[in-house]
Design a protein around this ligand. Structure first.
Ligand code: MG
Length: 390
């Protein structure tokens, strides 16, 4: 199976007021949220993106790298109306793409499960549309908003996208609608196939597959995306621990801050146990092994280096996997000097190394109550917990 995907973003967004496909939702533009999810479909051979004609060239140029990374094979200009845009997208698909899935660029929350079921049904039966049954009472009204008779609810479904078709079925439907003028009237592809006399099967999807139409819809999409991220394991936890000996003649580095002391942290680098624990926590949350793997203490490049650079490098590695730091909670165990007066400086220093605001970092200071090597002032110990989010 060579699934061809057409992502339709050809509309002017007049009800929205502006370029809604590029509006960020929790830091990610709507369009990229949709493309990322489409990319998770199996068997996708190519993905054609249809953009508003007057903006297609500029957006294609500006986001060329992102589109390539997301598997977009072509960016084409949309038409005067929805189905002309789909027709343009269809023309850009390679000839062996079959079946063909059409999806609205402004439906970032579609269910992958429903999309897969729709593909299976379309392969078997020719055409499938994802939708949800009407839940509310449906009342017909006249032009003065006087309520007329109810519409039988069990006969009505809300059609969403994805809509999936065998290539020949969609080709015939587009051709017929193109010759008899229905192309300008239809608002979805299932209607085109029905207009051409074909059968389309409804596949039950999810009510949260919202089509972002008005600005207020963004708040709903944002909340749903956050809930989904939490459920999907899109937030990730990492833990780190470290201990370093203390010896005379070295600065005592804690979280990138040199504390006033007669003994300091021993280590190949600057020996900052707190930043090493933090680096391990970031790497751990991202599933990237540990600090020793990435910055071995046998490598002369890291001799005497400021450990903040390990933290920054770990954050970059996580970012390459689409993860950013949500928050960090740190504990340093040091007998003396008292860390308390330096907590705020450490917090700001750690936040700078992570590239986040200080309110996302918490620093706790403890002593070992005289117990063990930490208690006797021979070592400093540190713990870090970090949360990353997609
Ligand atoms: Mg260390």
């Amino acid at each position: 199976m060579a699934l061809g995907v057409i992502v339709a973003a050809g509309g002017a967004g007049t009800r929205f007021g502006g370029e809604k496909i590029l509006v960020p939702v929790r830091g990610v533009p709507l369009l990229f949220r949709t493309l990322r999810r489409l990319r998770r479909l199996d068997g996708t051979a190519e993905m054609v993106l249809v953009l508003p004609a007057e903006r297609a060239g500029a957006i294609r140029g500006e986001y060329a790298a992102e589109f390539a990374a997301l598997g977009v094979s072509a960016v084409v200009a949309g038409g005067r109306f929805r189905e002309e845009s789909v027709q343009n997208g269809f023309a850009a698909l390679r000839p062996d793409a079959d079946p063909v899935l059409v999806h609205d660029a402004v439906r970032p929350l579609f269910s992958l499960d429903a999309a897969r079921r729709a593909v299976a049904v379309a392969v078997r039966e020719g055409a499938a549309v994802v939708g949800v049954p009407a839940r509310d009472t449906l009342l017909r009204t006249d032009s003065d908003l006087a309520v007329l008779e109810p519409v039988p609810r069990e006969e009505v479904w809300h059609a969403e996208t994805p809509q999936v078709f065998r290539r020949a079925v969609l080709a015939a439907a587009l051709a017929k609608a193109g010759t008899d003028g229905f192309l300008a009237v239809a608002t979805d592809e299932a209607s085109l196939v029905r207009h051409a006399g074909g059968r389309v099967t409804m596949v039950r999807g999810e009510a949260w597959n919202l089509k972002v139409t008005e600005r207020a819809d963004l708040a709903i999409v944002s909340a749903l995306a956050a809930a989904e991220a939490a459920e999907d394991g899109m937030t990730r936890i990492g833990h780190g621990w470290d201990v370093h000996r203390l010896a005379p003649g070295r600065p005592l580095m804690v979280g990138g801050v040199a504390l006033p002391a007669d003994r300091g942290t021993l280590g190949h680098s600057d020996g900052d146990a707190l930043l090493h624990a933090l680096t391990d926590a970031v790497l751990g949350a991202a599933g990237l092994d540990d600090i020793g793997t990435h910055f071995p203490d046998t490598d002369p490049r890291y001799r005497g280096v400021a450990s903040a650079s390990f933290v920054a490098a770990a954050v970059r590695l996580a970012a390459e996997r689409g993860l950013r730091v949500s928050n960090a909670d740190l504990t340093v165990v040091l007998e003396k000097p008292r860390v308390g007066p330096h907590r705020d400086a450490i917090r700001r220093s750690v936040a700078a190394a992570l590239g986040v605001s200080p309110d996302r970092v918490n620093v706790k200071a403890k002593t070992a109550e005289g117990l063990g090597p930490v208690g006797s002032g021979d070592a400093v110990e540190a713990f870090a917990v970090v949360q990353l989010e997609r």
